[in-house]
Design a protein around this ligand. Structure first.
Ligand code: AMP
Length: 541
């Protein structure tokens, strides 16, 4: 065997940080504050501040490998932690500010967080679980209104005490941990996923490749997706590596605030979960011509299924392109992107929408297969449903601690828990989370397919389909629907609408009108809650 003769140059995030200072020192990072004013930093400043943060952690005696948690909205200081913490050999742990304090206490203790960087506005939340976390040694408060109390350090003062000159980041092994992120876990305890420098760097290359997210230097990138949700889908690192302009929304995530900032800063690539974009579509429909979004080349939507009616609504009514992608925290998170292949250019709009509203096909180096309950590999025929399994260089091979070993197969695949079909072209279509699957009389019914169809009805803003218990059929589908303002429809009308596309036994037994659909901390429908509230009504009447 002849060995390759190339350098074993380490794939670390440090390179991405240094590169930004060297090549893009004047390019901007814009953060919107809680009072909606904008803070502007250059990459040279972000680099300098990341150095100061690294030095401050040295001074505080924070050892290499130690977890430094963030409890923050999306803003420049969070980016400084994304860069300075791993580049200095520590591990950033992004805490999800939408979780219950009990869960946060569990997660921060499990990760053994020693330092916490917390937004001033989130201190009341932090105080609710701080006492639970025995490992915490330092709390650094970010935010600019007034002095911090005893027992806290002030982020700006901590940084100001350190020099920006002459710091050399330590040499790291590319397999060292860079970040820990916990899964949102609607059942069981959340599980820690530990990204390495290497996995994050490879994921960044992929995010920048044209046929994935295609992040490039000329972009103005706007991660509305929180930085605590699967590393904001890798966008901060991809943006810094390419030298693109980065816009952070801070805490204002309502449709009007998001769209205003997009128009003002001429965003080209925005990213968030479907809920955000459903609100934006409703706003754009209601105020034609008010917002100039002509700079936007793509809106990346993932985290849960983007309804085809929304994708088409943006394209037809507002000339905005949706890029639908699927991923998981365990996959850093990008797995598949729903681009059309070059030979699909001649397809009809409807056929194109079929592919673009699927979850897409695998990114390079991500491998997919789907299996039945006995582990048998299933055919890619577009109809056979099975659990999706994946492997690749940015897919977890185990969780932090001893949790969840049953999610990893003996032959080296990760069991996603998503029930899918795969078509001959390799496009994945998620029909359900395995725990949300509706099994009626032994047949599987796809709640996602029913939801997408319901959301194409003109009166419906949102719909979630879930399993109701049934004496004869074991389970039957029930639908919870939210109507658009001033719109309504009868159950018969909704049933007729669905009957055009689905077999009779798929049609929900009931349509329950609700004000809003309960959601998880990362914006997914919380079907356990729907089942808890309404799941027994077919039995109890
Ligand atoms: P998380 O780790 O919080 O990102 O959650 C990952 C899960 O979100 C996946 O296993 C899917 O069930 C769901 N998910 C993510 N993206 C999509 C998508 N584009 N369509 C449908 N479900 C999605």
């Amino acid at each position: 065997m002849l060995a390759g003769r190339m350098m074993a140059f380490p794939l670390t995030l440090t390179h991405i940080l240094e590169r930004a200072r060297t090549y893009f020192p004047t390019h901007e990072v814009v953060s919107r504050r809680p009072d909606k004013s904008l803070l502007r930093h250059t990459y040279a400043q972000i680099h300098a501040r990341s150095v100061q943060l690294a030095r401050a952690l040295d001074r505080l005696g924070v050892a290499k490998g130690t977890r430094v948690a963030t409890l923050c909205w999306n803003h420049h200081a969070h980016l400084e932690a994304y860069l300075g913490v791993p580049a200095s050999g520590r591990v950033i742990h992004t805490l999800n500010l939408r979780l219950h304090p009990t869960e946060l206490g569990y997660i921060a203790s499990h990760a053994e967080d020693e330092v916490v960087i917390v937004d001033r506005s989130l201190l009341p939340l932090f105080e609710k679980f701080r006492a639970e976390v025995k490992s915490i040694r330092h709390v650094i408060v970010y935010g600019d209104d007034g002095p911090v109390g005893d027992g806290y350090l002030d982020y700006e003062k901590v940084l100001a005490a350190e020099s920006t000159e002459g710091y050399v980041f330590p040499e790291l092994d590319e397999n060292d941990a860079a970040m820990i992120c916990y899964t949102s876990g609607t059942t069981g305890n959340p599980k820690g996923v530990v990204f390495s420098h290497r996995s994050m760097t490879l994921h960044t290359f992929m995010a920048c490749s044209a046929d994935c997210l295609g992040v490039r230097g000329s972009d103005v990138v706007f991660p509305v997706v929180p930085m605590f949700h699967a590393a904001a889908w890798g966008l901060p690192y991809a943006t810094v590596m390419s030298g693109a302009k980065l816009i952070f929304p801070g805490p204002h995530l309502d449709a009007a605030s998001v769209v205003e900032l997009m128009a003002q800063e001429k965003v080209t690539l925005a990213a968030g979960v479907p809920t955000i974009w459903l609100g934006i579509l409703a706003l754009l429909d209601a105020s034609p011509g008010k917002f100039d979004l002509s700079s936007v080349r793509s809106m990346l939507i993932g985290g849960s299924a983007a309804p085809p009616a929304m994708i088409e609504g943006f394209r037809v009514r507002h000339r905005l392109e949706v890029m639908h992608a699927w991923g998981m925290t365990e996959m850093s998170p990008l797995g598949t992107v729903a681009h059309l292949k070059s030979h699909m250019a001649e397809l009809t709009d409807e056929q194109k929408l079929g592919y673009r509203s699927s979850q897409g096909f695998a990114a390079p180096f991500v491998e997919c297969r789907h299996v039945d309950e006995s582990g048998k590999i299933l055919p890619w025929d577009g109809v056979t449903m099975g659990e999706l399994e994946v492997r690749g260089p940015w897919v977890a091979q185990s969780y932090f601690g001893d949790d969840g070993a049953d999610r990893f197969t003996k032959d080296g695949w990760f069991k996603t828990g998503d029930v899918v079909t795969l078509c001959a072209e390799g496009y994945v279509r998620i029909t359900d989370r395995s725990k949300d699957v509706i099994k009626s009389g032994g047949e599987w019914i796809s709640s996602v397919a029913l939801e997408n169809a319901l959301m194409s009805h003109p009166a419906i803003l949102e719909a979630a389909v879930f399993a109701g218990r049934h004496e004869k059929w074991a389970e039957r589908p029930l639908a919870a629907v939210v109507f658009k303002t001033d719109k309504t429809a009868t159950s018969d009308e909704l049933r007729d609408h669905l009957a055009q596309s689905f077999a009779k036994f798929w049609l929900p037994d009931e349509y329950i009108v609700v004000q809003q659909i309960p959601r998880t901390s990362t914006g997914k429908f919380l079907k356990t809650k729907l089942r808890e509230l309404y799941g027994d009504r077919l039995i109890t009447g």
